[in-house]
Design a protein around this ligand. Structure first.
Ligand SMILES: N[C@@H](CCC(=O)N[C@@H](CS)C(=O)NCC(=O)O)C(=O)O
Length: 212
């Protein structure tokens, strides 16, 4: 969102899903990622949670808003972001990627049964999101909103664990993902993310057999 809004920022490389620095609970009381430190010259505050950060950045830089103005579209965008943050995150990001990645980090084997269940739920997600998308390019209205970002971000996360959404899974969602993936401000961030994972020497296992 910072990149989309063309706002300069620094990333604290000490903060990662594997460990956070001493005192991080003062920035995010749940010690989760992301959190944003803001210094506007008068006040220095910490903002926790991606939804709060995205909402803040949209107010800060409203010229290119990612939140629809129409009340129904706005409500729907908030719901889809919430759906991404909860059910999709639980199954895609944590159920598959988190399961594989954190098991690898602990030197353990991933829980194949949990991954199978997560894949089943991802099929439900695809069916539901396809019904919202219909034949349009974006989930809401005619351009990218917080709904597209909040939903599809999890399909990028899960790629690090070897699950790639294909055209066969869903031509419409595949096209939506490609649209986001090729966005001039998003493509470099995804490339950077892949390099970070590569540097960790994490190799995703082949999970194909666990898919239904
Ligand atoms: N709903 C939260 C989710 C935050 C979250 O769970 N972040 C993960 C990033 S991988 C994390 O920090 N996990 C480490 C932990 O839960 O200790 C948000 O969108 O900010």
């Amino acid at each position: 969102m910072l990149a989309l809004k063309k706002i300069d920022y620094d990333i604290d490389v000490q903060v990662s899903p594997l460990s956070v620095p001493e005192g991080y609970e003062k920035i995010h009381p749940l010690k989760k990622i992301p959190a944003l430190m803001i210094d506007d010259g008068n006040r220095e505050i910490a903002l926790a949670d991606s939804s709060a950060i995205a909402g803040f950045l949209d107010k800060l830089q409203p010229s290119l808003s990612f939140y629809p103005t129409d009340p129904i579209d706005y409500g729907q965008a908030l719901w889809l972001e919430e759906y991404g943050d909860t059910f999709i995150a639980l199954n895609c990001t944590f159920g598959v990627f988190g399961n594989v990645f954190f098991s690898w980090a602990r030197g353990e084997t991933y829980d194949a049964e949990k991954i199978k269940i997560a894949f089943k739920h991802m099929e439900e997600v695809i069916t539901y999101i396809e019904s919202i998308l219909g034949d349009r390019d974006w989930l809401i209205g005619d351009r990218m909103t917080i709904a597209d970002i909040g939903v599809m971000t999890h399909f990028f996360n899960v790629e690090h664990a070897g699950y790639r959404l294909t055209e066969a899974d869903s031509p419409k969602l595949y096209a939506l993902k490609k649209r986001i993936e090729e966005h001039a401000d998003i493509a470099p961030i995804l490339a950077e993310e892949r390099i970070v994972i590569q540097k960790l020497k994490f190799e995703s296992p082949d999970l194909t057999a666990l898919r239904h």
